[in-house]
Ligand binder design. Structure first.
Ligand code: NDP
Length: 307
């Protein structure tokens, strides 16, 4: 007999992110008036990938709305690696720039690892530099990748103390799954990281009090994979054809996560939607990281930004 459960609480990442941007903006204003330092973010984009252009425009607009300096460097698809590295070297020593973000993916002729490795780790607001990955792994102060940082902020705000909870993370990428595991270990969760070779993934997911999906496969995680009452964080962003056959025939798409939302929401206690869940937190955390980097550069302790 299926057990009846109340529908899950939908975690409003969009509202949480808007409030976080306001807190960052206010804190950045206080930093500027007390030290004269306005946090500055430089975003570097190479080529004309339409999705990347949208992300970069959103980052620039949000940064400016928060009262912070935002510089965007648009480079031709054909730019050489040496030219890109020279720009990074200039930004590394620019005292008005506290955060440097190179929009990925980069063209195939450029070694993305070499470019990320050239960013001053203290300005690496994406948290992708190996120095920041290492700092996170050993529990040192660094800069933490924005998407998992946003997920943990949402989880802490929803659940309070996370210690002792069983967390299952599906996905082991360097930008989401692995840093997510480190952060949840830091919160004293018992963490399992699953991936494409994991055996009996549905059974493993059913052990999770916190289930984080970062796979990139539309609606892969079904309702009956979820422990009743669990908190589900859906990081996935997947484009699938519109539900309306006429619109689908015109090529119209819609966004879905890695979790089958309606099924999961009938079982989970709390769940993030797609869109409007984790996505908005990523940009908000980018601003938070830029503010944090600016404070450290100015020798000031950053204000706590959790809601
Ligand atoms: P990657 O492709 O780098 O990693 C995907 C992970 O999923 C891999 O570890 C892979 O395992 C695992 N995986 C693939 N298929 C399966 C399967 N059938 N069963 C179990 N695990 C599987 O993706 P990212 O981490 O970069 O991104 C994940 C998703 O999150 C994407 O949809 C992306 O668009 C989204 N995203 C959203 C962001 C946001 O702001 N909301 C930011 C970043 C990403 P293996 O390692 O074995 O191959």
């Amino acid at each position: 007999m299926p057990v009846e459960h109340a529908a899950a609480t939908i975690i409003d990442g969009k509202a949480f992110a808007a409030a976080l941007v306001e807190r960052v903006s206010a804190a950045a204003g206080r930093l500027a008036s007390s030290t004269g330092v306005t946090p500055g973010l430089a975003v570097v984009i190479v080529g004309n990938d339409p999705a990347s252009q949208v992300y970069v425009r959103n980052k620039g607009d949000t940064t400016q709305r928060a009262g912070m300096r935002s510089d965007t460097h648009r480079l031709e698809e054909s730019v050489s690696q040496a030219e890109l590295l020279a720009l990074i070297a200039t930004l590394n020593v620019d005292s008005g720039i506290h955060g440097i973000l190179v929009q990925l993916p980069l063209p195939a002729h450029i070694d993305a690892a070499a470019v990320i490795g050239a960013i001053d780790p203290d300005k690496d607001v994406d948290g992708f530099h190996v120095v920041n990955a290492g700092r996170l792994a050993v529990g040192l102060r660094g800069l933490v990748p924005c998407t998992p940082l946003g997920c943990v902020m949402l989880l802490r705000s929803e659940l309070g103390d996370l210690s002792g909870l069983n967390a299952v993370i599906v996905g082991r990428s360097n930008i989401v799954g692995k840093p997510m595991a480190q952060l949840l270990l830091g919160e004293s969760c018992t963490v399992t990281v699953a991936h494409s070779r994991t055996l009996d993934l549905p059974a493993l997911c059913r052990t999770a009090d916190i289930l984080v999906a970062a796979v990139g496969r539309a609606e892969m995680i079904r309702g009956d994979w979820i422990k009743p009452g669990a908190t589900v964080v859906d990081v996935g962003i997947n484009r699938v054809p519109s539900r309306d056959p006429a619109r689908a025939a015109e090529g119209k798409m819609r966004l879905v996560g890695d979790v089958a939302f309606a099924e999961a929401a009938a079982v989970a206690g709390r769940i993030t939607p797609v869109p409007g869940g984790v996505g908005p937190m990523t940009i908000a955390c980018l601003l938070a990281n830029t503010y944090t980097a600016a404070c450290r550069a100015a020798g000031v302790t950053p204000e706590a930004l959790d809601g």
